[in-house]
Design a protein around this ligand. Structure first.
Ligand SMILES: Nc1nc2c(ncn2[C@@H]2O[C@H](COP(=O)(O)OP(=O)(O)O)[C@@H](O)[C@H]2O)c(=O)[nH]1
Ligand SMILES: [Mg+2]
Length: 231
């Protein structure tokens, strides 16, 4: 019984990887670089995007918003002059706690790929499942806020190990917390040594310019990036 269950899970991940490659191919064809933005719920992904994309003078950005229900985040981003597309995992996808490659595939026809250079996918807030499902992204960026504690890299290693950049958010709150930043960085290095990291506050704007620069210096043509590893 146990072995059968493992096989089903493996098959599902294989199927996901195949669709993720098809998505990646379509994004490459359109010369769109794709970032999969992940975090726990409330780490600050949407506020970070609001802060980042407000009068952003870098590549032309589109956002794909993944939520279980509603369009709360898409509505927040709508005032910015960027195209925003919503996917809800509860409509037809069983209310999943993550985006998978098939959900992103279903959204591709609605994405203005000819009008953008960079697609940022805000994944569903969760530190476990999104890490297991590639969606066709070139880069994975995760947001870890200082209110979540220093131990998270050790508790959710796959998420931290598979990302290309860690944004440590809400640093404006550091004076009010007993969060030990050095301990967090040590734990991060145990799981993913030397992964690039930036200290930011989506609230005050501290560190946002460095993150914007990182976005501006991404290769504009996706095919210039290494093929994303499958899990
Ligand atoms: N103090 C502080 N609050 C933040 C920061 N970033 C986000 N928040 C707040 O954290 C809450 C969750 O933010 P949101 O962007 O919705 O998180 P998401 O679920 O990851 O998209 C909101 O109340 C934000 O205003 C930050 O840098 N500092
Ligand atoms: Mg959000």
């Amino acid at each position: 019984m146990h072995l059968k269950r493992v096989k089903v899970v493996t098959d599902a991940l294989d199927a996901n990887a195949t669709i993720a490659r098809a998505n990646r191919h379509d994004f490459d064809q359109a010369s769109v670089t794709v970032i999969n933005l992940m975090s726990s719920p409330g780490a600050g992904k949407t506020l970070l995007l609001e802060r980042t994309l407000d009068e952003f003078d870098g590549p032309r950005v589109g956002v794909l918003e993944g939520d279980v229900q509603g369009s709360f985040d898409a509505d927040r981003l709508a005032r910015l002059h960027v195209p925003v597309t919503q996917i809800n995992t509860d409509s037809g996808f069983g209310g999943e706690c993550h985006l998978d490659a098939n959900m992103v595939r279903s959204a591709i026809p609605s994405l203005p790929l000819n009008e953008i250079d960079l697609l940022i996918i805000e994944n569903v807030g969760n530190l476990v499942c999104p890490a297991e499902f590639r969606v066709g992204e070139d880069m994975r960026v995760m947001v870890s806020s200082v209110t979540e504690g220093e131990d998270k890299p050790l508790k959710y290693p796959l998420m931290f190990r598979t990302c290309d950049l860690v944004l440590i958010n809400k640093i404006d709150l550091l004076p009010h917390l007993d969060y030990d930043l050095d301990a967090f960085l040590h734990n991060l290095d145990l799981v993913h040594p030397d992964v690039p990291r930036m200290l930011v506050s989506a609230r005050t704007g501290e560190g946002i310019e460095a993150w914007r620069d990182w976005l501006k210096h991404l290769p504009t043509h996706a095919s210039a990036l290494p093929v994303a590893a499958t899990l």
